[in-house]
Ligand binder design. Structure first.
Ligand code: CO
Length: 134
């Protein structure tokens, strides 16, 4: 059920600024900034041959990454995202195995227009995990 590494997300105060060095120094493809009000973030994606880096910056006062940036003022790795073929089936198996799903347990539409869910970091070795329907 576990698919490709979809992306690694890095929380920063300015996503476009953070992504710029990947374009300038690494020559990587950088996306435009995309606001995701439902998730409380603005995202900029850097596309690599085998995965993506997602820079996220807070959007709005209730942004879920505001606290993280208070603790990590220079930014830091925030979550990793795996593809799954069927997000509802994946959620049900994960919950049966004791993993906690964040929020109300229903997928939201993520940055790629596909359903996503977040899983409690305490159940995944201290790493916040996102799953995305492939
Ligand atoms: Co993500």
């Amino acid at each position: 059920m576990l698919g490709r590494l979809n992306h690694v997300a890095i929380a920063v105060k300015d996503a476009e600024k953070a992504a710029k060095i990947y374009g300038a120094a690494f020559g990587a493809d950088i996306s435009a900034a995309v606001p995701l009000p439902e998730h409380g973030v603005i995202t900029v994606f850097v596309t690599l041959p085998n995965t993506k880096i997602e820079f996220i910056q807070p959007l709005g006062e209730a942004s879920p990454i505001a606290k993280f940036l208070e603790r990590n003022a220079d930014g830091g790795i925030h979550h990793i995202c795996y593809d799954v073929p069927d997000i509802i089936a994946a959620r049900d198996i994960l919950m049966k195995e004791g993993a906690r799903v964040l929020g109300d347990g229903n997928p939201k539409i993520g940055a790629h227009g596909k359903p996503v869910l977040f899983l409690h970091p305490k159940d995944f070795s201290g790493a916040l995990v996102e799953i995305e329907q492939a």
